[in-house]
Design a protein around this ligand. Structure first.
Ligand SMILES: [Zn+2]
Length: 355
């Protein structure tokens, strides 16, 4: 692995010619929309978003050739870092144009490096900084996408090979946080399974053609299945109405919970945890680790909960749906009602378009 990394500068030059467009990386960067210093603005229109995902895929593929790390693991690290930056944008300003990686200046240059904005690979290495020159231009630039990704992947994998176990150990040594390791492993499985970066579609949790009702009950103490206050939205529907995943994701939790009854927790690529409670049962293919897509049936509406495993009927049947956001060390819930409204409308529009 060390050797692979050290010859990377030479290999990257070769790998550039493998791209279908036969452009250099620098040329491709100049093609980006003018607003790339504000990626959120650039992502506003769907065409730009598609273009960004395409360029990211090229970036990961190229780094994969250089490092022998599969693209979906690189994508998982990058996406995890992006979710941390979205949760704490002030502490983690955007450094690159396509990558979500954030590295403190002091870590990039090395903690004892008197020049905290050092870009010389040799002196950064001397001071054990993270920064490296990935694209072979002789400079380790903290604002260059390839250098950023290459540096983090290189630092994670400096002591190991490219197997899944090596990958987990490398993640642990970089983050020293089991939550980070778990998230990146989950993201990598989602990307590997679906074979795409374009996995941010959503569905309403019950079929929009079925009979159901819900309203905004955020923080309402009278909700069913909440914790301290009511953290979620109750969707009332008949017993047995299908409950569907709202996103692409992986099942993180499945089983009985005294308040939630039979419940499922699904992690998505935004690092959101989707919580579906009071189910009457689970689809038999659902296990912890199962990968799901939006609209896929995971179980059925019920009235389980408020007691020992199997307790049912203590309240009207409904789906309790909650969303929790991971900030890296803690998770907090936010009101899913606006998302539900949007997904419901989007799905109605799609159904109308089909007719
Ligand atoms: Zn509820």
């Amino acid at each position: 692995m060390k050797q692979t990394i050290s010859i990377a500068a030479a290999v990257i030059a070769a790998s550039i010619t493998l791209t279908t467009s036969h452009q250099t990386y620098a040329q491709q960067q100049t093609e980006l929309p003018k607003s790339t210093s504000k990626p959120a603005a650039a992502a506003n229109s769907e065409m730009d978003a598609d273009k960004i995902l395409g360029l990211r895929q090229q970036l990961y593929d190229r780094l994969s050739i250089v490092t022998d790390i599969p693209w979906y693991r690189i994508a998982a690290i990058d996406q995890y870092e992006r979710t941390l930056s979205k949760a704490r944008p002030k502490a983690r300003p955007q450094l690159g144009e396509l990558s979500g990686i954030f590295i403190e200046e002091e870590l990039w240059a090395g903690p004892l490096n008197p020049d905290s904005s050092d870009t010389a690979p040799a002196s950064i290495q001397w001071f054990n900084g993270v920064g490296r020159d990935g694209n072979g231009d002789g400079v380790a630039e903290r604002t260059n996408d390839f250098d950023l990704l290459y540096s983090v992947v290189g630092r994670m994998l400096q002591n190991g090979g490219s197997t899944e176990d090596d990958f987990s150990i490398g993640l642990w040594e970089y983050y020293h946080n089991s939550r980070s390791v778990q998230r990146i492993q989950q993201f990598a499985r989602i990307y590997e399974n679906f074979g795409s970066l374009d996995l941010f579609e959503h569905a309403f949790p019950v079929p929009v053609g079925s009979n159901y009702s819900y309203r905004s009950t955020w923080g309402n103490a009278r909700g069913w299945g909440g914790r301290r206050s009511h953290e979620g939205t109750d969707i009332f529907a008949n017993h047995g109405v299908p409950v569907r995943s709202t996103s692409y994701g992986v099942i993180e939790v499945k089983g009985w919970n005294p308040y939630g009854g039979w419940r499922i927790g699904i992690r998505d690529l935004n690092n959101y945890y989707h919580y579906y409670a009071h189910l009457s049962g689970f689809d038999k293919t659902m296990e912890v680790g199962t990968l799901v897509k939006p609209g896929q049936v995971i179980g059925w509406v019920g009235s389980s909960g408020y007691g020992k495993p199997g307790t049912q009927g203590k309240f009207p049947p409904h789906l309790h749906y909650g969303v929790y956001r991971d900030r890296g060390l803690i998770e907090w819930s936010f009101d899913p009602y606006p998302l539900l409204k949007k997904w419901e409308n989007d799905e109605r529009r799609r159904l109308r378009a089909k007719r």
